[in-house]
Design a protein around this ligand. Sequence first.
Ligand code: C5P
Length: 232
Amino acid sequence: MGKDVIIACDFASAEATFVFLDQFTDEKPFVKIGMELFYAEGPEIVREIKRRGHKIFLDLKLHDIPNTVKKAMASLARLDVDMANLHAAGTIEMMRAALEGLTREDGTRPMLIAVTQLTSTSEDRMQKELLINASINDTVVQYAKNAKEAGLDGVVCSPLEAGMVKDACGDAFCTVTPGVRFADGDVGDQVRVTTPEKAREIGTDYIVVGRPITAAADPVAAYKRCKKEFCG
Ligand code: C5P
């Protein structure tokens, strides 16, 4: 599995996204498209970024009954994204259905990864509101094991959870981690952050980096620095 830096393209419009991407002339970064951009611009934004030669992680975090998720995933497979995701909370049955939907007739499919517990969910709220009577760490590990049992490729998790997930699910089970900041950079609203170098030491496979690149004075230089520190 190749280690890579995925740029979170958290822009409100196609126009802003292309102004950003046009700055990259000699490389085609792996990009993440989230709900904001996808709901604003629709599937055409995915097709256009694909046409420009980028790999795409479509971060729509599906969570519904198995049949609905299966059919939605079939639509995403036709869009030719490279990575898609869903909520592990939808159960193993839902994750299996998602994989089936995502698999094309020729047997190929995008990578499929699961969100375990959102990093915005505190242990206190998870226990009191969701009535999950366990620690956040145990829940994350259990959801990761469920994702592995369903046949998924990995999970999205905080860098601090990546080691636990690898211990429980094995090294080949992929971890995708946001919350990355340069050692000398702004933390912004992220709380539990790590540097690209530290993420490499932890053994994460992909880091998702937004503002340290998108809001940099020189985004291409920031991307190259990130690649160098993470991929070596
Ligand atoms: O700008 P920044 O580097 O904080 O962007 C991180 C990206 O990763 C954003 O798109 C954010 O929504 C996403 N993300 C996150 N924490 C999670 C899950 C996703 O920061 N737990």
